[in-house]
Unconditional design. Sequence first.
Length: 122
Amino acid sequence: MPKLQEVISRIDEDKLNSYDEPKKTLWINAVNKLIHTDIHKSTEAYTDITYPDSQDTELLVSTPYDSLYDYYVYAMIDFLNMEFQSYNNYMEMYNSTYNEYAKHYLRNNMPAQKIITNARWY
């Protein structure tokens, strides 16, 4: 799984921007928190990642789906820069990758099923 600093470095290499690391970490946290509660269905409280304290923290999504962090941050950068066409494109890519990850996760992490034995049907 990628670490926070790896994702931020990737974003800065791929997209010119003037936003600092704490701002990008805030956006990455939003994605991580959504995955933590909506896909992983964790009952534990989510602990926010902080920059620079948590640069080596591993994020929740691994390859090939970890690009969803990049797409979301690209979209937020474009939204704040009022580049709405690009924002829409990145949000579509983010949503697509998010949905693919959700399907992958659910296929490989099915909750335990209760097995009914000696059922009587009347």
